[in-house]
Design a protein. Structure first.
Length: 132
């Protein structure tokens, strides 16, 4: 049965122990991989059917410092989409419940993280997405 035909959403998660240095982009690991962010794109999940991804939530276990923010972007086949979430470096996380992105079977979904401004990296960044 296709993911898209199910009334109950499925959850996919991405994780990183650390976040990139200031004004650098990194890529989160799918699932719960206890490692640092990656510097190369392509870390992701191949989706088995057409679906819509929405309701992005992010949380950090250890709050960062500085005057910047973290910007998270869902990527489709290594290209940025409109599903974006930003929150202050002093914050514990945030969500984007208004935007949605469609994917086709075989598409790669991944999450990029960008430290914007002067940020002392927070630790243990977790991201969850609902898939319909």
């Amino acid at each position: 049965r296709d993911i898209a035909s199910k009334a109950t959403p499925r959850i996919i998660t991405f994780f990183s122990v650390t976040t990139p240095t200031t004004n650098a982009t990194g890529y989160l690991h799918p699932w719960f991989y206890p490692g640092n962010y990656e510097t190369v794109s392509g870390r992701g999940i191949v989706l088995p059917s057409d679906c819509t991804v929405r309701n992005m939530y992010a949380r950090v276990r250890t709050v960062g410092a500085g005057s910047g923010s973290l910007k998270l972007t869902v990527r489709r086949n290594n290209a940025n989409t409109s599903l974006v979430l930003s929150f202050p470096s002093l914050g514990t996380g945030g969500n984007n419940r208004r935007d949605a992105v469609t994917f086709e079977a075989g598409d790669l979904i991944s999450v990029a993280v960008l430290d914007v401004g002067t940020v002392t990296s927070p630790a243990d960044l977790m991201v969850s997405l609902e898939v319909y």
